[in-house]
Design a protein around this ligand. Structure first.
Ligand SMILES: NC(=O)c1ccc[n+]([C@@H]2O[C@H](COP(=O)([O-])OP(=O)(O)OC[C@H]3O[C@@H](n4cnc5c(N)ncnc54)[C@H](OP(=O)(O)O)[C@@H]3O)[C@@H](O)[C@H]2O)c1
Length: 283
């Protein structure tokens, strides 16, 4: 039975991944930060030595984009150097490394969905730190899988897209941006797809997100419609938003990911609207 080691195993994607892999033909060892801190090289080495995993799914990262902007040193230490540490261990112990990357490695100026071949040009610290991780893996690992995904939502997620369901229930009125557009991705769709990619033995770089794209405003309006609630949603531009939340990091304006490569592997993925319906039915 193949052994899978997961870093960042208690985060949003890690939580879904553990459920998806449960009962499948793998021994899964998912670690939270307390047990496998990716910047603690000695302890990480010991875990790799003891387990000798076949596959490493590296999810651990600081994912709060605004926090990253204000705290570049710790962001680069964990997202970039931490990824280098996990990559080196994966090379030393001959593991197949899977790394989750982001649409935020792009500047959002393209006007059509980004393919795997497009040139990255991150405009914020988070995007830069994740790209450095990608670059290390591409340069040093012989065989790897880099999955670029975007705006993940799911149960228990601490990010805005995941919390929006509760925010809509609590507030009478909310403001959502109309001009930050990318592809929402349900953590369930993402983790099911990761499993398919492992099963198919795919390697290289691939985009994985739900089909289609939208602004946060459109996402909120669709959510409100499915939930049948009366919260008023006002659309504002990102520049208006920045006047209210001055600490927000810059974000790419248009960064949907093309899923043509994924489709060419005969892997189907739900539209974001359908995935959102499924999420809202999930308890
Ligand atoms: N969320 C998105 O929209 C999105 C989009 C594109 C790509 N991604 C990528 O997908 C991956 C998974 O994201 P997610 O949504 O599951 O994020 P998440 O919920 O924030 O999970 C990340 C996990 O990493 C842990 N972590 C932080 N520092 C660590 C360290 N030094 N050592 C070990 N673990 C550490 C966090 O623990 P604490 O919470 O205790 O710090 C958290 O449990 C990340 O690599 C992220 O960059 C996410």
């Amino acid at each position: 039975m193949k052994k899978i080691l997961i870093t960042g195993g208690n985060g949003l994607v890690g939580t879904y991944l553990k459920k998806i892999l449960n009962g499948k033909d793998y021994s899964v060892f998912a670690f939270g930060k307390e047990d496998l801190n990716i910047i603690d090289i000695e302890k990480s080495y010991k875990i790799f030595k003891d387990l000798s995993p076949d596959i490493v799914i590296h999810l651990a990262a600081i994912t709060d984009v605004d926090y990253c902007e204000k705290n570049p040193d710790i962001t680069f230490l964990i997202n970039s150097k931490g990824t280098e540490n996990i990559s080196k261990l994966s090379i030393d112990f001959n593991c197949f490394l899977i790394y989750l990357s982001t649409d935020f490695i792009f500047d959002g100026m393209k006007n059509s969905p980004y393919t795997e071949k497009d040139k990255p040009n991150p405009i914020n610290i988070y995007g830069k730190s994740k790209l450095i991780g990608e670059e290390y893996i591409i340069k040093n690992c012989e065989k790897y899988l880099i999955i670029r995904t975007s705006r993940i939502f799911g149960n228990g997620g601490k990010n805005f897209s995941s919390r929006l369901r509760e925010i809509l229930k609590e507030k009478k009125e909310i403001l959502l941006t109309i001009d930050l557009i990318n592809s929402p991705t349900y953590a369930l769709s993402l983790t099911q797809t990761i499993l398919r990619l492992i099963e198919k033995g795919f390697y290289g770089i691939i985009n994985v997100c739900n089909k289609g794209w939208c602004s946060f405003y459109e996402f909120g309006v669709k959510m409100k419609e499915i939930m049948k609630i009366n919260t008023e949603i006002k659309g504002i531009s990102f520049s208006e938003f920045l006047k209210i939340y001055q600490q927000a990091a810059p974000r790419p304006k248009f960064s949907p990911l093309s899923i043509e490569l994924l489709n060419s592997l005969s892997i189907k993925i739900d539209s974001w609207e359908f995935a959102l319906e499924k999420f809202l039915k999930e308890e």
